[in-house]
Ligand binder design. Sequence first.
Ligand code: SLL
Length: 259
Amino acid sequence: MSVERVKGIQIHRPIIYGNSAVLLTATERANVPPDHTHRWTLGVRSAASVEGRAEQVGGAEDLSYFIKRVTFKLHDTYPTPNRVVDKPPFEVTETGWGEFSVQILINFIPEAMEKPVRLNHYIRIHQWHSPEPFWDPDSGLPKPSAPTPLPQQDSVHAWQYDEIVFTDPTQAFFDILRQHPPIPLPKTRRKGVPPNIANPQSIATISRGIPEFSQVMEREEAERLDQAKKTLTERLIKYKQLMDEKQKEVDKLKADLAV
Ligand code: SLL
C-alpha cells in the first residue's frame, strides 16, 4: 500500500455524532428490565439527512468508504460496555434508565494510515431544559434559578456536528475521499434546529419533530461568534474604564495619606 502523502493538502468530512431517545411504550416495557424507561440510538452519521425519511437526524450517506470501525464505550451498568461496530450504520441501540457519557473511537480504513479519532458524547434521554444564564454579567454572581423544563416532546435529540480533517492524506486515501464528495447540507432551514448547548437559542426554540442540520446553521453560528466578539470587546472597554477610575481613586487616596 502506498504510504506516499499528498503534502500541503487538507481534506475534511462532515459528521454528526450523538443520540436520539424515545420513551418506551407499556408493551415495550414488558420486554425489558423493569427499570428501563427509554430506548436510545447512539451513532456516528453523515450530517446530511435522508430526504423523505422523516424519523432520522442525519445519516444520508454510508460512511464506510472512510470509516472502518466505531467503538462505543458505554456505561459499566451495560453488559459488555465496549460495543464495536465494524459496518454501517455505525450505531448502537439500547434501552436504559439513565444518562451518561460515552467515549467514541473512530478507526479509519487502512489506506488512510490515520490515528483513530476520539470523541465524547453525553447520552441524553430526558427533555432539554431552557438555557438560563449561569451568572449575571454585571455583578458576576451566579443566578440561583432552577432550569425551566421545555414542553414534552415525542423524542429527544442530541447531535453534534463536527468535521474530521485529514492533513497531508496518503495518495490512496485522498483518491478515495475525492471519489466520495459529501452530500451538501440543505441551504435553507426545512425543519427544526438540532439542540446544542453551544447554541442556547436552539434549546429555547426546540420544535416538534425531527431536527436537521443545514447551511443556515453555519451562517448563524458565524453571526453568534461575531456578536460574542463584539460583546467581549465592549465589556473589555467597560472594565478597562472601571480600572482606570479605580486606579485614580487609589492614587488620590495615596496622595491624601502622604499629606
Ligand atoms: C450515573 N448517570 O452516573 C448515571 C448512570 C447509567 C445508565 C446512568 C441501564 C443499564 C442496565 C442504564 O440506563 N444505565 O441496567 O442495563 O450514575
